[in-house]
Design a protein around this ligand. Structure first.
Ligand SMILES: *Cc1c(COP(=O)(O)O)cnc(C)c1O
Length: 386
């Protein structure tokens, strides 16, 4: 089976992990700090806080922003459930704003329609690896006093008008799951220029416990040379154990060194698909906005809704591990039960969902394998342009 996405692990990656296994610290050691610094430097922001999944990173971002009961956060429906779940974790309400019909990115005019007196933040998702329209989202956020969060789990290495994803929103979330651009097995990170948010997220990932004297609530620092005993720490908030290990971060650092090669290969594969489908009437790739440099986590095409499931099943039968990204989140039974969401609320996303299919794209996909994908697709949908 050729899957839609998978990791690329080389001997250097393996060596980096083995080296850390032989070191003193398996978790919360120098590799975590180094990985955070390197990712933050790569995207051009001041702080990175690494955690054990992209979902934990989204949760940490919502916590740092103080999202809570009574608040609303605007999210797109075409995304992984975690984008909206993180709002529910905080007791707040995700509000779904429909997507653009050509790119399936959150539609800023739909966002504007959903802004209320309770809205606190907007989470944009750089779906498939293409950045949202961040300038327009920024104008909306500024006009209404909202915070911008970028769920960039698809988009490490993407650019918008010459700026790297990571430097576009107030907080940006990455995932290092094996199907994403670089992997730590499981893992995630929030990058931000806000030092107070970074500090809150660092607390949140480790029980809300601190050993930093400057943060202590219950330690009297007078006289000024008084120091707490070495064992002393304080829990000053309620956090979780969302820590990532040094073993994982050693892999992450090594993978980050390969990111440009990964991105170049993904873009090459996408270009080959684009050229093939330009000659096929029945297969339409998603539109690309000018000024965007795509990171191609996914390569999504749209086909006739009547034939999508036939194509999906036919490709799976032929050993092509296609997928559908995503079932609109507001249609899931849990959301319908707790938020009362229903079909018809995001008609563009609901229509697109019936037409989309994600084809294999990952750095180690060979041209022969890609040709197999295209041949299989043509054998099921023989619709050459006349
Ligand atoms: C992968 C992903 C997540 C969650 O990341 P995990 O590391 O799997 O927890 C969140 N949002 C989007 C859009 C994703 O693709």
């Amino acid at each position: 089976m050729i899957s839609y996405g998978r990791q690329s692990i080389d001997q250097e990656d393996i060596n980096a992990v083995v080296e850390t296994l032989k070191s003193d610290l398996l978790t919360t050691g120098p590799k975590v700090d180094e990985f955070e610094r390197r990712v933050a430097d790569y995207v051009g922001v001041n702080h990175g806080v690494a955690v054990n999944s992209g979902t934990a990173a989204l949760h940490a971002a919502m916590f740092a922003l103080g999202i809570g009961p009574g608040d609303e956060v605007i999210v797109p429906p075409i995304t992984f459930a975690a984008t909206a779940n993180c709002v529910l974790y905080m007791g707040a309400r995700p509000v779904f704003a429909d997507v653009d019909p050509d790119t399936l990115l959150i539609n800023p005019s739909e966002v504007e329609r959903r802004i209320s007196s309770r809205t606190r933040a907007i989470i944009g998702v750089d779906y498939a690896g293409q950045p949202c329209d961040w300038d327009v989202l920024r104008r909306l956020a500024d006009a209404h006093g909202l915070v911008l969060v970028d769920d960039a789990c698809h988009a490490l290495g993407a650019e918008y008008k010459g700026l790297k994803v990571g430097a576009l929103a107030d907080m940006t979330v990455f995932s290092f799951h094996p199907v994403k651009h670089i992997t730590t097995g499981e893992g995630g990170m929030v990058v931000t220029n806000a030092p107070d948010s970074a500090q809150r997220m660092a607390l949140f990932r480790s029980h809300g416990i601190t050993r930093e004297q400057a943060l202590f609530a219950d330690f009297d620092p007078r006289p000024s040379d008084r120091r707490p005993p070495a064992f002393y720490y304080e829990q000053i908030d309620l956090g979780y154990n969302y820590r990532i290990t040094d073993i994982q971060c050693a892999l992450g650092i090594s993978q980050l060194g390969r990111l440009e090669v990964f991105l170049a290969r993904r873009r090459e594969i996408a270009k080959r698909y684009d050229e093939t489908f330009a000659g096929m009437a029945g297969v339409r790739p998603l539109a690309m906005h000018d000024g965007n440099l795509h990171a191609y986590h996914l390569y999504v095409v749209r086909v006739d809704a009547q034939r999508r499931d036939e194509l999906f099943n036919g490709l799976r039968e032929r050993g092509i591990g296609v997928n559908v990204h995503y079932i609109p989140v507001h249609l899931h039974p849990y959301y319908r039960k707790v938020l009362g969401t229903a079909p018809g609320q995001c008609p563009v996303a609901e229509a697109a969902y019936k037409e989309i299919i994600s084809l294999p794209i990952f750095p180690d996909l060979t041209e022969e394998e890609q040709d197999r994908v295209v041949q299989a697709l043509k054998s099921i949908l023989p619709m050459e342009k006349s």
